[in-house]
Design a protein. Structure first.
Length: 229
């Protein structure tokens, strides 16, 4: 299976006073997905936004809303995010004791299910749920804040997860410190969805967003010859 590299700008780096317009701008600038980082101030040391914000801006784009829940416990909130308009709901393997059950619940709500792991978490924790997921997200920073530097030790983990996926129709996403340089490294290791926040939203104009997205995409696709097998 070959997948094009997708770019998923994280709205955590957007101007929250103009969030709807920012989403329209990155959509027009070439974003493939809209990445929504939800933080609870408990599982991670920051608070961002909840399902009501996602519901409020859902109409601003027809693109996939890729919702990354950095919250614990998570099960009680899955239905709210599904109803708010999430297309993909990604949960942390570290956030609860019953990962398989949580992923089944996401699927039962009619949404695509994702699982993510922090930098210190080994990939074997997700081996038993590979057939429950549509997306695996590798954190290349410690979750909680934007603007951090890419942790290069995660590249080997990305390679191992790509091998674990095999022929399954699972997207492999990377989030944290993504810019043109690190996008090329992540794509070479096997990632096919790249989340970028500050590297996309720098400049605060649609022209700069378009240039930023294009630079990340070109670096990633150039590193793998256009597609990943």
């Amino acid at each position: 299976m070959s997948n094009p590299v997708l770019i998923a700008p994280s709205i955590l780096s957007a101007d929250f006073a103009r969030l709807g317009e920012e989403i329209e701008a990155i959509d027009a600038a070439g974003a493939d997905w809209i990445h929504c980082d939800v933080m609870d101030g408990h599982f991670v040391p920051n608070i961002s936004f909840g399902p009501d914000v996602i519901k409020a801006v859902r109409s601003r784009s027809k693109k996939i809303f890729d919702v990354h829940l950095m919250i614990a416990p998570v099960d009680a909130y899955l239905e709210a995010f599904a109803k708010a308009g999430a297309d993909i709901i990604t949960i942390h393997a570290e956030a609860g004791p019953h990962l398989d059950r949580s992923l089944q619940l996401i699927r039962s709500l009619g949404k695509r299910a994702g699982v993510t792991i922090c930098p210190a978490t080994p990939e074997n924790i997700i081996e038993q749920v590979l057939d429950r997921v549509d997306l695996i997200l590798v954190m290349t920073v410690n979750p909680g804040f934007g603007g951090q530097s890419f942790i290069r030790s995660q590249l080997e983990k990305i390679r191992r997860i790509r091998a674990m996926i095999g022929d399954r129709p699972i997207r492999l996403e990377v989030d944290g410190g993504v810019n043109p340089e690190t996008a090329a490294l992540a794509a070479s290791a096997g990632a096919d969805v790249l989340v970028a926040g500050s590297a996309v939203f720098g400049g605060r104009t649609i022209e700069s967003y378009r240039a930023n997205i294009s630079a990340i995409r070109a670096a990633a696709t150039g590193a793998i010859g256009g597609t990943h097998a």
